[in-house]
Design a protein around this ligand. Structure first.
Ligand code: PHE
Length: 450
């Protein structure tokens, strides 16, 4: 136990930090959840609100989390205990740990699908199939509830395996090479998608906003998606921030991650919507939108067989670098605060996540008993964590920095104790102290009234 305390594990290089943080941010949230949300929330109108959220709230909230983490050199709960001893602030950390569990539980369901789809791609089972058959296959797969749970278990195991090994050997090594590769394959897919017949309609759906579609529901969903996609509001970046070297630049890290994440989401939109419109897939198809559109695109491509395999492998890896960060929040908390060995913490957290996560998977079967208030457990877990807990956590984090930690401590951390310049200091602090808490509160209230 003592050896855990002596030296904290950390990221080895600047590029490693960005890759790990971007690896957390970039995942199913960009490639699967973003198109689903956009399709269900009025297309371009949603995109517009999303971009405002990401630009104006994303960077300041991310910087706040990174600064809290690095200043305190501690996990999500420990950070608040150190920076605000004998106060209620550690509750924000507990909220994050709980949220991490919930997201890991349903996220691993979809992550498991990527493994099923790798197998489908390798066995060439999309070849020559029409849309109706591909859609039916997807629905049939959900009804095989235990098969979903099996893949979910495999995925949770893989995540546990990396986290078990710790920060530098595990997280950093894998993220560095694979994220750029994902970008390249999305560009190739995007080119194919926009050159399909009828693609233009999909592009206007994505880029021509109809302002009358901006409702309270769109606002709250875009806010939730923004936080979800950037991994904000639950302590991932507090935890990762604590592994960042004191000499590294937090501001440029935050900007790089936000830009990379947003680019990948946009690219996913450019891949999915032109193709969906071209094949006649309803943009409101939800879960099927991505999993049915993608194989259809590959069916129309030279070399589709190989590209399809690579795509699902990369999607699985993108999901993995995100689940690693979710689990890391929990494991860092348990091992540091409760003084339980990292390895044991990992095993126990994985077991509990699978137990809870199985309900999310089984709730997607037809006639499932696992529903809450008319929502499947899957949707309920997604909604409560992404649309309620993350924005709430994010709001409390900026309030903490703006009103408790204070300007001088915050900028001392951001500017590496004066060694660096802190760019746009006044604007960033204004957003953190006033604008972000207010904006999140307003969106929350309008969304809930609706
Ligand atoms: N940002 C990840 C994604 O887009 C999901 C995630 C959310 C990861 C919250 C960690 C924390 O897929």
């Amino acid at each position: 136990m003592t050896e855990i305390k002596k030296k904290r594990d950390g990221f080895g290089s600047k590029i490693g930090i960005i890759a790990a943080a971007a690896g957390s941010a970039i995942g199913l949230g960009n490639i699967y959840r973003f198109p689903c949300e956009l399709g269900n929330n009025g297309g371009a109108a949603f995109l517009l609100v999303y971009l405002v959220v990401v630009i104006f709230l994303g960077v300041p909230v991310m910087l706040s989390e990174l600064a809290i983490g690095r200043r305190s050199q501690s996990n999500a709960v420990g950070a608040f205990k150190k920076l605000a001893p004998k106060s209620a602030w550690p509750l924000v950390g507990y909220l994050g740990v709980l949220c991490g569990f919930i997201i890991f539980a349903f996220y691993s369901t979809v992550s498991g699908w990527t493994l099923e789809y790798i197998v489908k791609a390798v066995t060439n089972s999309f070849r020559g199939k029409d849309l109706a058959t591909i859609e039916q296959d997807f629905a049939d797969f959900h009804n095989m509830g235990w098969r979903n749970v099996m893949w979910q278990a495999v995925f949770i195991f893989l995540t546990g395996f990396v986290v078990f090994k710790g920060v530098q050997d595990g997280i950093e090594k894998y993220a560095k090479i694979l994220m750029p590769l994902l970008f390249v394959i999305l560009v190739v897919l995007g080119i194919r998608s926009v050159t399909l017949p009828g693609a233009g309609e999909g592009l206007s759906f994505l880029f021509k906003p109809d302002f009358s579609k901006i409702t309270g529901k769109v606002l709250i969903n875009a806010l939730g998606q923004g936080f979800f996609s950037l991994s904000l509001g639950m302590g991932v970046l507090i935890t990762y921030g604590s592994y960042i070297k004191k000499s590294d630049n937090l501001t440029s890290t935050a900007f790089s991650v936000v830009i990379a994440d947003t680019l990948i989401a946009l690219l996913a939109g450019i891949v999915i919507f032109p193709a969906a419109f071209s094949f006649g897939i309803n943009p409101k198809a939800g879960m099927g939108l991505v999993f049915n559109t993608i194989p259809m695109i590959f069916n129309q491509m030279a070399g589709g067989y190989f590209f399809c395999i690579i795509f699902f492998v990369l999607l699985a890896i993108a999901a993995l670098t995100s689940t690693i960060s979710l689990l890391e929040v929990v494991v860092a908390y348990v091992s540091e605060q409760l003084h339980i060995k990292r390895q044991w913490a990992t095993i126990v957290a994985c077991a509990i996540s699978l137990l809870v996560g199985a309900f999310a998977s089984l709730s997607l079967m037809e006639n499932t008993p696992f529903t809450i208030c008319g929502k499947t457990m899957f949707d309920a877990m997604d909604f409560i964590s992404s649309n309620v807990m993350l924005p709430l956590g994010g709001m409390l984090i900026v309030i903490f920095v703006g009103w408790k930690m204070g300007k001088s401590q915050f900028f001392a951390e951001v500017a590496n104790e004066g060694a660096l310049k802190a760019p746009m200091k006044a604007i960033i602090y204004f957003i953190i102290r006033y604008l972000a808490p207010l904006a999140i509160a307003v969106v929350f209230v309008t969304g809930l009234i609706k």
